[in-house]
Design a protein around this ligand. Structure first.
Ligand code: SAM
Length: 286
């Protein structure tokens, strides 16, 4: 891997453009050197809440003009920021974590790119990724689904839509809604491994795993406080059948061509024939 130096020098001006800057999700130490440099050297900081960002800046001894920005901001407010990026460096931060991830910024980035403005993204803390890595759930495939709908029917529909996806599902959640979501998961996704990752990077960080029902009972008795990432492991049958499918493929390949082996195993397991064909070709090449 090639590594770049943090930035040339403090005195160098940042080139004009939009800088998407990730900030901590709890622990103030979770900010990169490059993020701090960028906040020090930019011309303007676009943020969701000037009080929240003001505290972060104060902690690092930074004083910069701030512009309140969210995706509901008027077109005029966005136009103004886009104009500022033509001659200056505009840093975009959210209250916590990575901007745009369940946070404002999408429209600003889209418009900046359309205008041919230089856009740079500085990686850093993100609750979804932190929760995923902590949960111990499979992470080779995951789907970030943001917040579940608040209304019961919409929430059940959303879970039904996601139920068949062969990936760990990652949701953002709030304490008051956690038990309702877990109960809805017990209906739509029974027998799945679930993790509740709470207060990540903070003093009372907790990651509790179990079935949706067990976790619902636990948090009914002991309501969850603070911020939450709720994760659901992939469908068990798919995990089991994919192991099974691998074995079946190996056996089928002893006598059949990859396309025939894939078709046979797809029929036996209900798995996707094209994916099985790709795997069959890989196995044959070994
Ligand atoms: N952009 C942020 C990120 O990169 O993670 C997320 C912003 S979203 C508006 C806020 C939600 O993220 C919270 O309701 C919670 O679900 C999750 N979250 C943020 N910080 C968290 C933390 N320290 N522990 C657990 N979840 C957190």
């Amino acid at each position: 891997m090639d590594h770049q130096p943090v930035e040339p020098s403090l005195s160098t001006r940042l080139s004009p453009g939009l800088y998407i800057v990730a900030t901590p999700i709890g622990n103030l130490g979770d900010i990169t050197l490059r993020a701090i440099e960028t906040l020090k050297r930019c011309d303007v900081i676009a943020c969701e809440d000037t009080r929240v960002t003001g505290k972060l800046l104060k902690h690092h001894g930074i004083s910069k003009p701030m512009r309140r920005y969210d995706d509901h901001a008027s077109d005029a407010a966005r136009e103004k920021l886009l104009a500022e990026m033509q001659s200056g460096a505009v840093a975009l931060v959210s209250d916590a974590g990575t901007p745009l991830i369940s946070d404002p910024g999408y429209r600003l980035v889209r418009d900046a790119r359309e205008a041919g403005t230089e856009v740079t993204s500085l990686p850093g803390a993100c609750a979804a990724v932190t929760g995923l890595t902590l949960s111990g759930l499979p992470n080779d495939r995951f789907l970030f689904a943001g917040f579940l709908p608040v209304k019961e029917k919409a929430r059940a529909d959303a879970l039904a839509e996601l139920a068949a996806i062969d990936a760990t599902l990652v949701f953002y959640e709030t304490g008051p809604r956690l038990v309702k979501s877990l109960r809805a998961m017990a209906e739509a996704l029974p027998d799945r491994d679930v993790a509740v990752a709470r207060e990540l990077t903070k003093l009372h960080e907790e990651c509790r795993t179990g079935s949706p029902d067990d976790l619902a009972e636990h948090y009914e008795a002991k309501p969850a406080k603070g911020e939450i990432v709720l994760l659901v492991g992939p469908p068990l049958e798919v995990a089991a059948s994919s192991e099974n499918a691998e074995q079946l493929l190996v056996e089928a390949l002893e006598t059949l061509k990859p396309s025939q082996a894939a078709a046979q195993v797809a029929k036996a397991t209900g798995m996707d024939r094209k994916k099985l064909y790709v795997r069959a070709m890989e196995l044959k090449a070994k």
